[in-house]
Design a protein. Structure first.
Length: 391
């Protein structure tokens, strides 16, 4: 979109209505200086350059279009809208000015107004940028999201009584038109003991989340209910909230802060888990920490995960966590870890392969080191394989 608006500004140069301005070398220099400033990310300097030229030629169409383009580039869409309207008035409704106006309205989530303008443009002349605006609004009007399912299993080593487990998991995260998001998941687990004389048990988990999902900020509330389980831990209730800041400037692309309240029949746990994602081209690194507060104890742990995207089709990730956690919950990931043991450290790895624009398959592996209340150490290997459908 930025390239197309740049093309509009270049076309506007040729269509300038000021014969005096066209004879002024400083007039053309203003456009060159503004382009250099925009490429360097110095939008304020670009605005000052064009505004200085506009003070000399206040009714110049090309300068007005250039300033509107710069404001659009730095995402000042309200000001870009105003300037494109001025340019349209100066040019008796030029196609370029109206297309820019339509896009400025679309970027303000005013698709109804923007589409009306772009349809009027298309009624006069075919234009790819106007077509793209209509497609963008049509895409925003439909439900977006992901639905997935997986099967997995765990194998325990040196555990005093657990042998293995199997699990089935289904989940969804949807964004209807607007800024509302909803999600949910269900997991069924069955665990068996090392001794056939010891009965195994099954566990059910259900998760729900809903809230605001904007372009740069998500604020969601979550809840979970667990029932079944072993005789010691039993069922539990969980509530939480997550704040996600997205598409940040610089290398910090995302910040997530998650808070949970977890209520078991024998204790309660308050958790706080902030994390930040740094992006370096195809590589992303997420560093996080977790703090858990019990009645008389605080547990701290840290995590680090790296991911590599190979185009849009294949991605890999690997990471680890160090530090004790006990009955931790990560509700934004639809996960509750309610074992009797504490996890002292863990490693994980996974891959995702997109087989079509809608379908993908994924695999996850995790190794956790556990410690029981009486100090016995054990380990668990977990593997899950699943598929996801993107709406």
């Amino acid at each position: 979109m930025r390239r197309t608006l740049y093309a509009w500004s270049c076309l506007a140069l040729v269509c300038s209505y000021g014969t005096v301005a066209s004879a002024d070398p400083d007039y053309y220099e203003a456009f060159k200086t503004a382009d250099v400033a925009v490429k360097a990310g110095k939008f304020d300097a670009a605005v000052r350059t064009i505004q200085t030229a506009l003070a000399k030629y206040p009714d110049d169409y090309a300068l007005t279009m250039k300033l509107a383009w710069v404001e659009f580039q730095r995402e000042y869409y309200i000001e870009a809208e105003r300037l494109y309207r001025v340019a349209s008035d100066l040019s008796d409704g030029s196609l370029d000015a109206r297309i820019g106006l339509g896009w400025a309205l679309i970027q303000q989530d005013r698709c109804t107004d923007g589409v009306t303008i772009l349809r009027d443009v298309l009624a006069e002349e075919h234009d790819d940028n106007a077509d793209q605006g209509l497609l963008t609004c049509a895409d925003r009007a439909r439900v977006h999201g992901t639905v997935w399912g997986s099967l997995g299993g765990s194998l325990y080593r040196e555990h005093p009584w657990l042998h293995m487990s199997g699990a089935a998991f289904v989940g969804f995260k949807l964004r209807p038109p607007g800024t509302f998001a909803i999600g949910g998941a269900y997991r069924f687990s069955a665990l068996s003991a090392t001794d056939v004389r010891i009965p195994g048990f099954i566990q059910h988990e259900i998760y729900l989340e809903a809230g605001y999902a904007g372009k740069h900020v998500d604020l969601l509330g979550q809840g979970a209910l667990v029932w079944g389980g072993d005789a010691v831990v039993g069922g539990s209730r969980h509530v939480g909230t997550s704040l996600r800041l997205k598409y940040l400037s610089g290398i910090v692309s995302e910040v997530l802060i998650e808070a949970t309240g977890n209520f078991y029949r024998d204790l309660w746990v308050i958790g706080l888990a902030p994390s930040a994602t740094l992006t370096f081209g195809p590589v992303s690194i997420t560093a996080g920490m977790s703090a858990q507060q019990f009645v008389h104890e605080t547990l701290l742990s840290a995590s680090l995960t790296a991911s590599l995207g190979m185009g849009s089709s294949v991605s890999f990730w690997a990471g680890g966590k160090y530090g004790p956690e006990y009955r931790a919950a990560y509700l934004s990931q639809f996960a509750v870890f309610n074992a009797q043991e504490r996890s002292t450290w863990a490693i994980l790895a996974g891959a995702r392969v997109r087989t079509s624009p809608q379908w993908a398959i994924f695999v996850n592996y995790a190794f956790l080191r556990l410690e029981s209340p009486d100090g016995l150490e054990s380990a668990v290997h977990n593997l899950s394989i699943g598929t996801a459908f993107t709406l």
